[in-house]
Ligand binder design. Sequence first.
Ligand code: NAD
Length: 256
Amino acid sequence: MNADRQHTGRVAGKVAVVTGGSGDLGAAVVRMLSAHGAKVANFDRTPPAVAWGTGSVADWTLDITDAAQVETAVREVAERFGAPDVLVNNAGVLGRPAPSHESTEEEFDAVIGVNLKGTWLLTKYVVPHMIRQGRGSIVNFSSIHGLTGGGNVPLYHASKGAVRLLSKSDAVVYGPYGIRVNSIHPGSMRTRMSRASAERSPLGPEEYYRQLVSGNPIARQGEPDEIAYGVLYLASDESSFTTGTELVVDGGYTAH
Ligand SMILES: NC(=O)c1ccc[n+]([C@@H]2O[C@H](COP(=O)([O-])OP(=O)(O)OC[C@H]3O[C@@H](n4cnc5c(N)ncnc54)[C@H](O)[C@@H]3O)[C@@H](O)[C@H]2O)c1
């Protein structure tokens, strides 16, 4: 790779669609990609709390579980910014902590709907643009909870495990078209989702954090930028030989 290129922005000239960019990790991803030269479309059902302060980010308010809304928004991005080079499927919901037999059908549909169907719908409508261009990078948000089971949120584990294997399967199918697909697996991050998870855990917040963080090689929660740097790498051409892989960013939680 030409070293000069890195100084002009690691994703300079690329068009990126990021779902859930109004949330904590998504906002860090939007800012990171924009700071490194990409035009970014944020697809979220709620607008960001604070304006981005740059013309290179635009917001679309939509529900990513609705096929018609996704199709329209992707078409609008292509018309306004150009065909997407990067898709970051970050939007996700945790759902209510409950064992499988106490979860409702509505809860199943909500968690699987956003985390899995949303990821698939975005892929479905963005990939044809990438195939036409002969290039693209898709980064799907799984979790450490997509690698291991756990006693708190079984539907969340199931959805994130499914995202992991959708990523690998899509990597197999789309590799010949120049499209790479990888998953990223955050550990416990300092975000509202993780606070909500701790507060709602039957273990209580202190025991929850103790189990999740205190035994880790790096015994703290991660910061949103520590995920965003991983996404930047996978989105950029620096990772041009990396596909079908899982980038675990968890302070070593899954190392033992
Ligand atoms: N926070 C953590 O500790 C952690 C750990 C591992 C994985 N993750 C994953 O990282 C991703 C981001 O997490 P976060 O902590 O930033 O969460 P967050 O709740 O702060 O943000 C999620 C965003 O997704 C949006 N969203 C939800 N449903 C949507 C829908 N149907 N249509 C459009 N937008 C929708 C929300 O409005 C929100 O802005 C999620 O996929 C999550 O599962 C988070």
